[in-house]
Unconditional design. Sequence first.
Length: 267
Amino acid sequence: MRWTHQGGRGRGGLLDTTGRSKGSARPEGVGRPETAGPLEPAAPPEPSAPPESRDGPPGAGALLEVGGLHHSYRRRRVLRGIDFALRPGVLAGIVGENGAGKSTLLKALSGELRPDRGTVGRRGSLGYCPQTVVLDDAFTVRQHLDLFRAAFRLPDLRRAHEVLETLAFTEYLDERAGLLSGGSRQKLNLTLALMHDPDVLLLDEPYQGFDWETYLRFWELAGALRDAGRSVLVVSHLAYDAGRLDELWRLREGRLTRQDPRAGKVT
């Protein structure tokens, strides 16, 4: 049995790769509250290439480390040995064509999907914004915030309102989710992933449906999170945002290749 770290801020938690979590509870699909499950002995991982990091030794000081990650859907191999690491204060991106396995990778990183093989280690809390919006159409925006505040055990909604303000979304607090436009639903989805101020952010096509102004506000927010020492990973099929990133990988044929975000093109 192999374990991957799924701890809250400042704690160590465990998730085994059979899919059973230890001491965690959360609304399905978005973000993760803190966990405090008992620690159990971990079986040694299989040897794999060391993950990359932006500076220093591979994996040094990383908030997220991935080693030898493999996953298949029946006979179709989607991930073929993924290795990388994210350090604090990094805004990173993974690009790839539709069907390349980007969402599968993010699900494995978040713990939503059990990979066939490999390890995922994380220090600190996690925020996950999936591509598929996970909302209750009968709930208002305010009710969603209250639900997730209770799940994350937050004392107040200060951070949520800061995100709503940045995304110009405060006027919709009493609107039911089912009446929101696609872009507005994505704003709420993103807010729910960020409202507990996580250390590691996994964002799957986070600006889909955004108008140009909101798109720019998103990158303003992402840059502020990076500057505050968070690890931010943006996954997209579009490569024209590469210049906004500190680190960039391309996912192709189940493998990640490092790219230069300043080169202006993805090879």
